[in-house]
Design a protein around this ligand. Structure first.
Ligand SMILES: [Zn+2]
Ligand SMILES: [Zn+2]
Length: 88
């Protein structure tokens, strides 16, 4: 049996890559996603998520953000605000 490596061009980075560099996805005609795994991962990393402190942080930065002063400060303010509100 002949093994042929199929290539596909990523619609985002325009690079020709082996199909193993793409996620399988039945939605697409050839069975693979039109963006390579790397591009999909960077899309994901660029998404902003809401932290428990209420700030919107880039997905890839979230881990670092959790150790920042800003996070603790905002979280404290939030807690204080909550306590104040709950006192009747
Ligand atoms: Zn790509
Ligand atoms: Zn935070």
């Amino acid at each position: 049996m002949e093994e042929t490596i199929k290539f596909k061009r990523c619609s985002k980075c325009k690079t020709l890559k082996e199909v193993s560099r793409f996620y399988k996805n039945r939605v697409f005609k050839d069975g693979y996603h039109n963006q390579c795994i790397l591009c999909q991962m960077s899309n994901f990393a660029r998404q902003r998520v809401e932290c428990e402190c209420g700030k919107y942080v880039l997905q890839f930065y979230m881990k670092d953000h959790l150790n920042t002063r800003l996070h603790f400060k905002t979280l404290n303010q939030l807690e204080n605000g909550r306590n104040r509100n709950s006192v009747k």
